[in-house]
Write a protein that binds this ligand. Sequence first.
Ligand SMILES: Nc1ncnc2c1ncn2[C@@H]1O[C@H](COP(=O)(O)OP(=O)(O)OP(=O)(O)O)[C@@H](O)[C@H]1O
Length: 522
Amino acid sequence: MKVSDFLNRVSVLEKTGTALTGDTNIQDIRGDLLDTDESLLSVLDENGVKQGEVDTINIRYLVSKYSELPAIELLDHFREGLVIIDENGRICYINDAYKQILGVLARKVVGKFIFDIEGSALLYEVLKSGKPMIQEKHLVKSINKYVSLRMCPLYKGSKIIGAFSIFTDITEIDNLNNEVKRYSGIVDEYHREKEVESEALRAQIIGNSPNFLRILDQAVIVAKTDAAVLVSGANGSGKEVITKLIHMSSARRSKPFITVNCSAIPESLIESELFGYEEGAFTGSRKGGQMGKFELANKGTIFLDEIGDMPLQMQAKLLRVLERGEIEKIGRQKNVEVDVRVIAATNQPLPELIKQKKFREDLYYRLNVVNLTVPSLKDRGNDVILLANHFADYFCEKYSKKLSISDEAYRALARYSWPGNVRELQNSIEHAVILCSGPIIMREHLPGRIMEGEISEPDVSLSAPITQCEDVDYARSIAKAEKQLMLEALKRSSGSRTKAMELLGLSRRTFYRKLKENGLVP
Ligand SMILES: Nc1ncnc2c1ncn2[C@@H]1O[C@H](COP(=O)(O)OP(=O)(O)OP(=O)(O)O)[C@@H](O)[C@H]1O
């Protein structure tokens, strides 16, 4: 049996008064007598069953050490407070930590009864009940401090001769805990807000055409990684919208999203804009220096818009940053580590620029780990109508108007080729909402080029039935066109509802609701 196990057992045996073999009882072992010639003693339980054996040489050593050690002085070096009371509840000992934690003088406490010092003294209850007690958090009212307590009765044989309490001041820990809880509450709230923002952003992205929905799906998938993304697409097609969706759907959503328009910054300033500078780095530099966009975006996402316009020399520096994960701040000896997800966007064909030696091929491959190409508006079928309605609602609210769009205006919108994509559509609808004085937006309220009908490429989607609609009543004509569209889609997909649904770019729920509304299912 190990000495430590034995010593544990000693306290059990001490309480039960069980003797060891050889008529040597526990008192003898704790005292200075160990009168036995045997080197091994058996340890018995209260039923006299042998539990193990003890090496008497070890016990002799321990007993002699116990009598040598200055126990009471040692107790004064504990960080925990200690108080011992006698069998009547009278305080017979307090250590230094007790005095410090509770801020009392020994002469005001020692010799007094515990219940006179602390009304709700739990230690007195322990003395009465003879049962140990643990209190993780107890308020000492007299000093308004929280302590963590461990209280035990003291036995001599089977008789209670007092009790002791060991306690730690946890006021500070408790305060810190509360602070941590408060801050984690704030952080949770912030994350919830960001989640709501990300859902709201998704709801604001309008489009049901399969080619646009595919990009949205890919954006959400790539958001779960830290891979560099190159978003390409024509002017105003929604590259920034897609980039924000990636950021907001990623684990970085609560961290900064920093946009840099590479074509808008003069070549001489781009380095300090991106990487910042130290105080005194050059004549005219700001006091205290300046943080660059990469540092500002740390832990978040940096969006390098119009990357095709970045000067060649800067491209080399950017490549180094992407490869090393650190920036060279102007005027600073040591590089600064940054953890930034990079998303670049372009409306120029980068492979073409590479051929012309205007864009570095190595940088292109670094940025183009995942490529998302946002389709032009003219290739998104009925998204034009959905977006037109969305922007009409938005601007009607902004200008406090109640307007609907006429059938002929819809047709003009559907016919136009939209070289400026969603941005052009957005501006055209704002233009129409401002100019429209009646309740309905007519063709003539649209900008001239759209009104005159610059014909787009023939639409391969399902918009044809809309243009066949002769009814001028808005609600009726839309309902009629909708039913025609659904029938056409079912026809083209040979009756397969899943295929028809994909063709129309509708969600399953919307598709089945519309089938029902149009009487196409029982
Ligand atoms: N699918 C969409 N739903 C709603 N609004 C959109 C959508 N796509 C783009 N927009 C709006 O159209 C405008 C242009 O979009 P965005 O700035 O993302 O285009 P871009 O391709 O980044 O433009 P640029 O080529 O000029 O950088 C913005 O106001 C944006 O909010």
